[in-house]
Design a protein around this ligand. Structure first.
Ligand code: ZN
Length: 419
């Protein structure tokens, strides 16, 4: 994304204009169209790119020869001979998507049609549980490639999502000392032989939703990631917004209660101290200790240290009043925060994702209800609130266009999301 954009710019500067011949631009455009829209006939490509049949026929032959494009058989006829369909060869290259989380690491392997070619590999090694995740991560990726008989030479790049504060201008993480104040990419370049692209976790989820989920073909969307923390990914006019230095979207740290609890960020009463998964777990533990009756106690065998957000959601879904009320309480504060977002951004859609999305209507109903209370009617009517359908896949899927766009140096001229 941003690092990639910088990289692209550098290449342009060093190689001069030679690489941007009319033909090379058309090739990029065609790759972008195939990647975003799937199979096309030469006639369709001529229409979209405003180029001639001989130019496109020659490019199809050249890209087919290289193995990047494939003939997918015969399409529907619009009268006359049935045309041949072309598209990217799904096996021409692979993307490894990596979600580095605080407590786990998930790795997915995808082909050029954005299809997963293996079950997502997950380890319980994360940025907070291991001070040196690099060698373990390398092993996890190598195993996934080996198990699926893919050589690293076929990998186009690695797309990595990371939580916390990332300065996109310097590429530096301010949340995890294991990157040693070096640009994050440099640390990964030491272990991988292919290009590495980094994005903040919630922003990558927003990109995933924008390409493959409920935000597809929508221009102004907010994605709210509610898990142990709370963050937002902002899509404005079809583009991912990073803010001045990449720190935008820290929704969880807006002040909500001046008399509230100390947040780990150093401020008092942040939304995260009231409505995040971490906050709900803490509240449930405190209230159970004071004698509240709930099936959660039985579900964790009386060991309240074992309570997780999932424990609370499961209990609520089985009808436990205590758990339902905890979610309602979170919903009220989330609605206060979301109403601020609606008034500021006037989004078409707000997508709730992250682990909290598993609560379904038990979290969206209280939010909707309180939005009626806190949001101007006209603005609220224009915004739909939805639960992510990509769920835990959103972040990994978001890495795919990031890698493909950067590797092929595609740009907005293709009608694709500029990221
Ligand atoms: Zn805070």
């Amino acid at each position: 994304m941003t690092q990639g954009k910088k990289e692209t710019k550098k290449i342009t500067e060093t190689k001069g204009n030679a690489q941007y011949t009319k033909k090379s631009l058309l090739i990029k455009q065609v790759i972008g169209i195939f990647y975003k829209e799937g199979l096309k006939t030469i006639a369709e490509l001529c229409e979209i790119t405003n180029n001639s049949v001989p130019s496109l026929t020659s490019i199809m032959a050249e890209l087919s020869e290289k193995g990047l494009v494939k003939n997918f058989g015969i399409g529907a006829s619009k009268g006359g001979r049935k045309p041949t369909l072309y598209g990217l060869n799904p096996e021409a290259g692979y993307v490894v998507g990596i979600e580095l989380s605080r407590k786990y690491t998930r790795v997915g392997l995808f082909n050029l049609h954005n299809e997963p070619i293996a079950t997502i590999s997950e380890t319980l090694e994360g940025l907070n549980t291991n001070n040196n995740i690099f060698q373990g991560l390398k092993k996890q990726c190598d195993t996934l490639l080996k198990d699926n008989h893919i050589e690293e030479s076929k990998v186009l790049g690695y797309g990595i999502t990371i939580p916390g504060l990332i300065d996109i201008r310097k590429g530096i993480s301010y949340s995890y000392p294991q990157f040693e104040d070096k640009p994050i990419k440099e640390k990964f370049a030491e272990i991988f032989d292919k290009p590495v692209f980094i994005e903040h976790d919630t922003k990558a989820m927003a990109v995933g939703e924008s390409w493959f989920g409920l935000a597809k073909n929508k221009s102004n969307v907010l994605f709210i990631n509610i898990g142990s923390g709370i963050g937002i990914g902002i899509i404005i006019n079809g583009e991912l917004y990073h803010g001045n230095s990449g720190f935008c979207g820290e929704f969880g740290h807006i002040p909500m209660n001046p008399d509230g609890e100390l947040c780990y960020c150093g401020k008092i009463g942040c939304l995260e101290t009231i409505a995040s998964g971490t906050a709900l777990v803490k509240k449930s533990q405190e209230r159970i200790s004071k004698g509240k009756n709930t099936i959660i106690t039985r579900n964790v065998n009386n060991n309240i240290d074992k309570i997780k957000l999932k424990t609370i959601i499961d209990a609520a879904q089985s009808g436990d009043l205590f758990a339902i009320e905890l979610l309602e309480e979170a919903g009220e504060y989330l609605a206060k925060g979301i109403s601020i977002l609606i008034h500021l951004f006037n989004p078409e859609t707000i997508i709730i994702g992250g682990e909290m999305a598993d609560a379904g209507n038990l979290i969206t109903d209280p939010i909707q209800q309180k939005l009626n209370k806190y949001t101007m009617l006209r603005l609220k009517q224009d915004t739909s609130l939805k639960l992510s359908e990509l769920k835990e896949k959103a972040g990994l899927m978001g890495t795919l266009p990031m890698v493909v766009h950067n590797v092929f140096e595609l740009n907005q001229e293709n009608g694709s999301l500029l990221i």
